[in-house]
Design a protein. Structure first.
Length: 522
């Protein structure tokens, strides 16, 4: 669906949606698009919209209809075409088009300071929280990824990102489950070790109290599965069991910690449990005996056990295997997903490449993608414009090459006619940006007088060089953008003004004249 956007004249800024079928445009009330502007006939022209194609026809208007600077009776029109009527300039816009405009600021010295393109420069931060998060992700995080894309292929970055996603997802989902199961096993294993320590303390408390070392019994620890080593020592740190270390002083790290723990006045618990290393648990218990003098139980020894049951090693092996299996399965699924996304994205570009080649050979008139990807629509519109221009140049054969540039006098005369009915400040420049006409409102606003400035470049006749640089920049942008209207801003007479520039493109594809208007910001 198309719409008419007024980019110049009295109705500038207004939009008129064109319905499917015939649309009568004129000053009369019976018209589909009513334009209450002097100089426009009651039934001035018609625009017929069929599917994605539009046809323009002049209905015998008194002042004529101009398409891209040429007087026409009927023609096929496309997205971006300029239609000029008395005191009005319309641009035909396809509703899904998103045009990128590059603005440049002019400094007081007249030097131009280039800004980032609109698709790079971030918009203002939105107020809604979800939109804020999206804004931060797109304009704070993604520039780093885009920078990497300048060095590496898109498919390489996508495969890396997908691999990181798989590893992160598996790690964040599987690890907590494996960690919980390991904690449960450690707790149960620690309880078993504590039971061994308590049993040793129970059966050897009286023997330690009476220093009867020959009656100390630790035989069951020698054969118990999971006990890698143990030391039974008194409160002075002298080892009494195993026999092989009898009367030696403790030197093993956990035994020293156990003695410090048992000797501390702050140790209220009777057992100490610590994870020493992967698959090894240290368990220590005080061996208490009743002291008749004090009337309470006092520690007379300590049992220190290094406990490494096979169940912990088996669990660690199972956890590693489960993680690797999950990672492998997810990697296969991710590989399949990568193929879908990659080739799904690649196919529209392959189709676009093929249709461009067919169009360049003259076998295809317009590019029309059958695969739905609306992000490519602006690119398709530009390609269709280029194909049409290529056909126009090719149809002229050898005579298509211009011996000299087309004169811009007729284009300037047309814009001077529009200037006569302008209700706001406006001026006309030629292809060299020389002032050709300016109305009185614009003279008062800019300080430029036509009687002394006509034929002089805007950069020389303007009092403010920054203003002149802004206008010249907008002229160049419009000329390089197929004549589309370009918008900038500048402070004039103490107030901010929007500056609009529309260029008329000649048959030699060069800008022939510029129509400049100013609107004061409220």
């Amino acid at each position: 669906m198309y719409k008419l956007v007024a980019v110049g004249g009295k109705l500038r800024g207004q939009e008129f949606v064109l319905e499917e079928g015939d649309n009568i445009v004129g000053r009369g009330d019976e018209s589909s698009v009513v334009l209450p502007v002097n100089g426009i006939s009651k039934r001035h022209m018609s625009i017929t919209v069929t599917s994605d194609v539009a046809y323009l026809k002049d209905l015998g208007s008194s002042n004529g209809t101009f398409l891209n600077g040429e007087l026409i009776k009927s023609a096929t029109i496309k997205d971006g075409d300029l239609i000029a009527l008395p005191d009005l300039i319309f641009k035909l816009v396809y509703v899904t088009e998103k045009k990128i405009i590059i603005h440049r600021k002019a400094t007081e010295t007249g030097e131009e300071e280039e800004e980032e393109p609109a698709y790079i420069k971030p918009p203002p931060m939105p107020k809604e929280l979800p939109l804020k998060i999206l804004h931060i992700f797109r304009y704070k995080i993604m520039p780093f990824i885009h920078g990497m894309n300048e060095e590496y292929e898109w498919k390489v970055l996508f495969s890396i990102a997908l691999s990181l996603f798989v590893v992160a997802t598996i790690s964040l989902t599987i690890f907590p489950i494996l960690s919980d199961s390991k904690k449960i096993l450690l707790v149960e294993t620690a309880k078993r070790g504590v039971h061994f320590a308590q049993e040793i303390a129970r059966i050897n408390a009286r023997a330690l109290e009476k220093k009867q070392l020959d009656r100390i019994d630790t035989a069951f620890l020698e054969t118990e599965d999971g006990v890698s080593s143990y030391e039974l020592f008194d409160m002075e740190g002298r080892i009494v069991r195993p026999i092989g270390k009898l009367n030696e002083h403790i030197s093993e790290t956990f035994s020293i910690k156990s003695l410090e723990w048992a000797s501390s006045q702050k140790s209220s618990k009777n057992e100490l449990v610590q994870i020493l290393e992967e698959g090894v648990i240290g368990v220590a218990a005080k061996i208490n005996a009743y002291d008749a003098k004090l009337g309470s139980f006092e520690p007379v020894g300590i049992i220190s056990i290094r406990f490494a049951p096979r169940s912990l090693a088996i669990e660690a092996t199972k956890n590693s295997r489960a993680y690797l299996e999950s990672l492998s399965t997810s990697a296969l699924v991710a590989l399949f997903f990568f193929g879908i996304v990659y080739f799904l994205t690649l196919r529209p570009f392959e189709e676009l490449k093929y249709q461009i080649e067919q169009g360049m050979k003259g076998k295809l008139r317009n590019v029309e993608l059958k695969y739905m990807m609306k992000e490519l629509k602006p690119l398709v519109n530009i390609i269709n414009t280029l194909l049409q221009r290529n056909r126009e140049l090719s149809s002229e054969g050898e005579s298509a090459e211009f011996a000299e540039l087309e004169d811009d006098t007729s284009y300037i005369d047309h814009l001077k006619e529009f200037l006569k009915g302008a209700s706001g400040p406006a001026m006309v420049l030629n292809s060299n940006k020389d002032l050709m006409a300016i109305n009185m409102i614009a003279e008062d606003l800019t300080g430029i007088r036509q009687n002394v400035s006509e034929g002089i470049n805007i950069l020389e006749c303007a009092r403010e060089k920054g203003f002149a640089a802004t206008v010249i920049e907008l002229c160049d942008n419009s000329a390089n953008n197929h004549g589309f209207s370009e918008q900038g801003e500048y402070e004039l007479s103490g107030f901010n003004h929007q500056v609009f520039v529309t260029s008329l493109i000649g048959s030699d594809n060069f800008a022939k004249a510029y129509y400049v208007t100013f609107v004061k910001e409220e």
